[in-house]
Ligand binder design. Structure first.
Ligand code: HEM
Length: 389
């Protein structure tokens, strides 16, 4: 165990709102051991930015880790050339060029079709009726699993991210994660004959074409589903909620003074959909007066780095004019999100401008509270709105 000062948390309060405790940690003990999480947390942006690049110390290879055990050995749990080789194999699908030339038009068609089904003037749950199906349809296209429903995509993504954040070892959570990975394996088996005959630009298509071992193909498709459904869904609903609850900020975007991309990036900084990424200490190490032992677990707290007062003034304030270039919402090192270009297109080029063009007077409904939660993965659970044009 590290020699970091011990800080106790109330897990329920931390799940409800981690930011006050993270601010306290940045202030008093930016490297702290939290017994309730069984890990040492890095909460300052500088420590996270430096450490994530030191892969010989802060290793992503965690054979005993929840993700490796439950989802297989994917690129996010590899270091060095083994990692880079799998990243290169996936790149043809998620490259800026392919996103621009191939996926963006498809994303637009998904958005228009889903909005066509929403009755003007109706009271909807924006998360259930737009953000969830839109993210699911886009991810079916990107992964190549067009033989499933978006509901499956969402349930499997949810099952896996709860499984890999199951630090309380809840057996039901683990069982749901296993059901999710078996569902994905069955969907891959079902579409494989077609994909082998007609490989396309999807993740499954390009990984098969790269000659990657089938076990790794499955593990990386599961990875894309775990990270590629939950985060966009939360970021779309979250940015809409942030703009509707800050009308002055929405006015800046509508006037064209600020772009939809800036609005999304600021939301992802303010409430980072991925609030934490784990690492294993690969050799004894020291940061200032804290010593780390080999094989202990460390959490890189991205959600805290994005509220670090040293780098962001009024860090707790949603401000679309803010310079977000220092945000680590997509990571801060070699594991920088492979889906970042696709996400920016999906959210800032398609979802946000289309929504606010088709529902000019969209407003939050006041007949139900908006629920938000999580620290490893954080975001809205619902968003009641009136779909006013
Ligand atoms: C708002 C949307 C998203 C956010 C905020 C997000 C965030 C992240 C973060 C923080 C990491 C890095 C974790 C680390 O350093 O350990 C990551 C990695 C990754 N993301 Fe995303 N992600 C998003 C959407 C997507 C989408 C749509 C896809 C799939 C198409 C995707 C696929 C991946 C993959 C494959 C990795 C692993 C990259 C590697 O290990 O080299 N993500 N994501």
């Amino acid at each position: 165990m590290s020699t970091a000062p011990r800080i106790d948390i109330d897990p329920a309060a931390f799940w409800a709102d981690p930011y006050p405790m993270l601010a306290k940690m940045r202030q008093e003990a930016p490297i702290a051991f939290v017994p309730q999480l069984g890990s040492t947390l890095l909460t300052s942006r500088d420590d996270i930015s430096i450490s994530e690049k030191q892969i010989d110390v802060f290793s992503s290879h965690q054979p005993a880790g929840l993700m490796h055990r439950l989802m297989g050995h994917n690129m996010m749990r590899k270091d060095g050339e083994a990692h880079q080789a799998e990243r290169r194999a996936m790149f043809p699908t998620v490259s800026p060029k392919t996103v621009k030339a191939h996926w963006t038009a498809l994303f637009q068609a998904h958005a228009e079709r889903i909005i066509d089904a929403i009755a003007p003037g109706s009271r909807i749950d924006f998360m259930r009726d737009f953000a969830l199906p839109f993210s699911g349809e886009c991810l079916k296209s990107i992964t190549g699993l067009t033989n499933i429903g978006y509901q499956d995509m969402d349930a499997w993504s949810q099952g896996m991210i709860e499984g890999i954040a199951n630090y309380g070892d809840d057996p039901e959570v683990e069982a749901r994660c296993h059901a999710a990975t078996s569902g994905i394996d069955a969907a891959i088996d079902d579409i494989l004959p077609v994909m082998r005959k007609h490989p396309d630009q999807s993740i499954l298509g390009v990984l098969l074409a790269s000659g990657m071992a089938m076990e790794s193909v499955r593990a990386n498709v599961k990875l894309a589903i775990s990270g590629g459904q939950n985060e966009p869904r939360k970021a779309i609903a979250g940015t809409v909620w942030a703009l509707l609850s800050h009308p002055d900020q929405l006015a800046l975007v509508r006037s064209g003074e600020v772009s939809w991309l800036q609005a999304f990036e600021e939301y992802a900084r303010w409430i980072s959909p991925i609030g934490m990424s784990p690492r294993r200490i690969a050799k004894p190490w020291r940061i200032r007066d804290v010593s780390f032992e080999r094989d202990e677990r460390v959490f890189l707290m991205f959600g805290s780095a994005n509220r670090d007062e040293k780098h962001f003034e009024r860090a707790d304030v949603f401000d679309v004019r803010r310079d977000t270039s220092k945000s680590v919402a997509f990571g801060a090192g070699p594991h920088f999100c492979a889906g970042a270009f696709a996400s920016r297109a999906m959210i800032a080029e398609v979802a946000l401008p289309t929504l606010f063009a088709r529902a000019k007077n969209l407003e939050i409904a006041d007949d139900e509270p908006v629920r938000i939660g999580g620290w490893a993965f954080r975001g809205l659970q619902n968003l009641p709105v009136k779909w006013l044009q």
